[in-house]
Ligand binder design. Structure first.
Ligand SMILES: Cc1cc2nc3c(=O)[nH]c(=O)nc-3n(C[C@H](O)[C@H](O)[C@H](O)COP(=O)(O)OP(=O)(O)OC[C@H]3O[C@@H](n4cnc5c(N)ncnc54)[C@H](O)[C@@H]3O)c2cc1C
Length: 461
């Protein structure tokens, strides 16, 4: 097999491949931690190079695992000593921006933040944003159909992709670089690859859709005690702001107090004894008008006693401080260790009952020592749960998963709202998908990757 590595090196050059002991020096996650185990790490510079590499791997039956910024949270880029990792880290070019058509053509390895900044320079915006923006690559975001903070307004990654270039398991290049909003000429093939977690093809380039730049941003953190009022507020802010609602992020009291206690750099914007805190943000095209209508909706909500307390961000600094509480995943994880984090979705009407079920399951299993923190993109029916069992030794992942996933089925929920399945949630996929759906997924995989060499074992097993 060393022969294969040698042949690949001839295609990508010395700087395009890492092999031998150097592989272990490469991380396995976005924090730069872990020691990679793989036969080699291949770093192509062009689609054509990647296609030639994949043809060789296909002939040799060599398994391949695609990777971008390693910020995925479900072990989608895990490798073992027999795999080769295909890293898109050298394909980082923003190739073109079309201001009239509001599109950008990028290579798959470009980090999200670079796309956002380039769009801003052209007085436009890119609609996906998430905490790992500095690491997450466009290819990874497409492969996981990532969501983030503005899904309520613009949808997930799927809605931001107009065209795609992909290399199939056997090295065939599918160039489907459509740049038009409308194109119904046959099957929309790109949709097959978006959200397929690198199991059907490797994304090399994309045509992204851009949106108008926002002139105004209005942000408020509100406190609520009654869960029913959250749904009422969501409805009011959605309808009364004329479609400018950008984010509706809810933090349960257990999350809010944990973050404020765990990191003294945050100043408490509101007392920590309310049941729920909601970060509401609207973005629009007119500073004055948008601020007036935002304050009007807020005042109405206060008059109707939907809100008990509120703090409006009056500067960018204050806005950042509010978002920093919502985004402080590092403090969350550090204060709960050993802990496990979950990303589920379910209809808002069932959320309160679902969290009560999880809390009661936790109590039964681990008693008072267990900790739960809940937060998330509630406007998208998506909540994240972090659970610390309070046990001294290693966490039993399977046991915690049961506590979280078992009750979901009763409410028609999904075990993955936005992070995907990877290796981590594979066992639980049948909880959220029917046998007929799983059979069709398996048939597609078999047809497109008959030798099962593309990210094998991920998603379907
Ligand atoms: C702090 C933090 C906050 C986050 N917040 C959110 C959030 O709000 N919403 C959300 O949806 N997600 C969130 N995520 C997770 C999110 O899924 C990833 O950030 C991102 O989508 C993955 O991009 P990546 O380049 O890091 O991909 P990787 O981690 O490198 O890969 C992820 C998956 O995609 C595959 N893949 C990677 N590149 C390609 C390619 N070019 N072609 C085919 N397959 C490929 C991999 O094989 C793997 O299965 C967050 C993560 C972190 C660490």
């Amino acid at each position: 097999m060393q022969g294969l590595v040698f042949q690949i090196e001839k295609i990508v050059g010395k700087s395009g491949i890492i092999s031998g002991d150097d592989v272990a020096g490469r991380p396995t996650n976005w924090l730069g931690l872990g020691n990679r185990e793989a036969k080699a790490i291949i770093r192509p510079k062009t689609t054509e190079e990647l296609s030639q590499v994949m043809k060789l791997c296909y002939e040799a039956g060599q398994t391949m695992v695609p990777a971008g910024g390693l910020s995925g949270l479900v072990q989608g880029t895990d490798t073992d000593k027999d795999d080769v990792l295909i890293s898109l880290e050298r394909m980082r070019e923003i190739e073109a921006i079309d201001e009239a058509g509001a599109t950008m053509i990028v290579q798959a390895g470009v980090p999200l933040q670079s796309v956002q900044e380039r769009a801003e320079q052209a007085s436009m915006s890119f609609a996906v944003d998430l905490g790992a923006r500095g690491s997450a690559s466009i290819g990874g975001l497409i492969a996981t159909n990532a969501g983030g903070n503005s899904v309520i307004r613009y949808g997930m990654m799927r809605e931001q992709v107009l065209g795609l270039e992909v290399v199939l398991a056997d090295g065939t290049i599918i160039s489907s670089m459509n740049s038009m909003l409308k194109n119904n000429a046959g099957y929309d093939l790109k949709q097959l690859f978006i959200g397929s977690e690198g199991t059907l093809g490797i994304v090399t380039r994309a045509v992204l859709r851009l949106r108008p730049a926002m002139v105004s941003t209005n942000t408020v953190l509100v406190a609520v005690n009654d869960f029913d009022n959250i749904a009422k507020l969501l409805k009011n802010f959605s309808s009364d702001l004329g479609g400018t609602l950008n984010a509706f992020e809810v933090m349960w009291q257990n999350y809010y107090s944990l973050i404020l206690d765990g990191n003294k750099q945050h100043k408490a914007p509101l007392p920590d004894d309310y049941a729920y805190y909601i970060l509401i943000e609207a973005c629009g095209g007119d500073q004055q008008l948008d601020a007036t209508s935002f304050m009007q909706v807020l005042e109405n909500a206060m008059e109707n006693e939907l809100i008990l307390d509120a703090v409006v961000a009056s500067s960018e600094e204050q806005r950042n401080a509010l978002w920093a509480i919502r985004d402080d995943i590092i403090t969350l994880v550090m204060t709960m260790l050993p802990a496990a984090a979950f990303d589920v979705s379910l209809p808002i009407v069932h959320m309160e009952k679902y969290i009560a079920d999880v809390t009661s399951n936790m109590q039964d299993k681990w008693g008072d020592k267990a900790k739960l923190a809940v937060f998330g993109h509630l406007g998208d029916s998506n909540i994240h749960l972090a659970i610390g069992t309070g046990v001294e030794n290693e966490l039993d992942h399977g046991e915690v998963e049961e506590v979280v996933y078992q009750p979901l089925a009763n409410y028609g929920g999904s075990v993955s709202a936005e992070h995907g399945i990877g290796l981590e949630k594979r066992e639980w996929l049948p909880t959220s998908r029917s046998t007929a759906e799983l059979d069709l997924m398996r048939s597609l995989k078999k047809m497109m990757d008959p030798k099962n060499i593309l990210n094998p074992g991920k998603v379907l097993g």
